[in-house]
Ligand binder design. Structure first.
Ligand code: SAM
Length: 283
């Protein structure tokens, strides 16, 4: 992380994303990671963990909607949802827009992320008091190891990058525990980094590990994310029993809740595979 002349910069692979900041609002080192909060000139508040942008007030809606709605509309009856990570609560808020969700457990290793989100991103924490929500502060790897077999319909892995506390969330052993915890036709979705920068280093190994763990299909979906490295991001949906498909397309067309990015057409388009990506992934 470099902070120079009122610019926050996140350098990555010989390029950098920079946001002009008004002021630093908070900084602390937790037992797990360093968290910083800034007020930016044009992107609202900014949360940074270990030097990496987690979210800004202005563009987080794209990521949070794509981490929740495509996977929920790809499951026939998503009643029990587990979110691993996601401590800023933005994904939880989107998940709870679905009336068919009866319980959503959010398991973040670091309670400080949630407490700071409540303070600096209160709009993301709107649904925290929903009686269907349960907030736990624990290691997601351990949580899935201990989960009752067959008890979860959808697992959403909304974690930091695969270093530090999140490293285990990208492993075959973790995915095996996910397969065990999922009920019939269970689905997992995981944030899977940039298609431009990470196809060989992260996305392809992720597909291999998901299959090695027992998932029978995986589909990587693409969406813009202006404040993440390269401005382009993905999530990968993995299916336990049947190929990933837009099962409840009609329900998505007729959704009664408000979204700002997601709709059924976006869902269909996000699942299309760019040529370079197809070659790198399946070569
Ligand atoms: N949207 C973000 C991104 O892709 O950069 C992710 C945001 S969310 C704040 C990431 C969360 O993952 C953090 O709050 C962090 O504490 C949590 N996390 C990392 N490793 C974890 C683990 N092993 N178990 C549970 N939560 C974990």
């Amino acid at each position: 992380m470099a902070l120079d002349n009122n610019w926050f910069s996140e350098p990555h692979e010989n390029m950098a994303l920079s946001l002009r900041i008004k002021q630093k609002l908070h900084e602390e080192q937790t037992p797990y990671q360093k968290i910083e909060i800034y007020e930016t000139e044009a992107f609202g508040n900014l949360m940074v963990i270990d030097g990496c942008v987690m979210l800004t007030g202005r563009d987080n809606f794209i990521y949070h909607e794509m981490m929740s709605h495509p996977v929920l509309y790809s499951h026939s009856a998503p009643k029990n949802v587990v979110i691993i990570g996601g401590g800023d609560c933005g994904t939880l808020r989107e998940v709870l827009k679905h009336d068919e969700v009866q319980k959503a457990v959010q398991v973040d290793i670091d309670e400080r992320v949630t407490r700071l989100a409540e303070q600096y991103f209160p709009e993301l924490c709107d649904a925290n008091e929903d009686p269907r929500a349960e907030l736990l502060f624990d290691d997601g790897v351990q949580y899935l190891q201990d989960a009752t077999p067959g008890s979860v319909d959808v697992i959403i892995v909304d974690s930091t990058d695969p270093v530090g506390p999140a490293e285990g969330l990208f492993s075959t052993a973790f995915y095996k525990d996910c397969v065990k915890a999922l009920g019939p036709d269970g689905l997992l979705v995981q944030q899977s980094e940039s298609p431009l920068l990470h196809t060989e280093s992260i996305i392809r190994p992720m597909h291999d590990s998901l299959r090695a763990a027992g998932f029978i299909d995986a589909l990587t979906m693409h969406f813009p994310q202006p404040t993440y490295p390269s401005g382009w991001w993905t999530c990968t949906i993995a299916a336990k029993d049947a190929p990933v498909s837009f099962l409840r397309e009609e329900a998505a067309e007729e959704a009664t809740f408000i979204t700002h990015y997601y709709n059924a057409a976006i869902h269909r388009a996000a699942g299309a595979t760019p040529e370079f990506f197809r070659r790198k992934l399946f070569a």
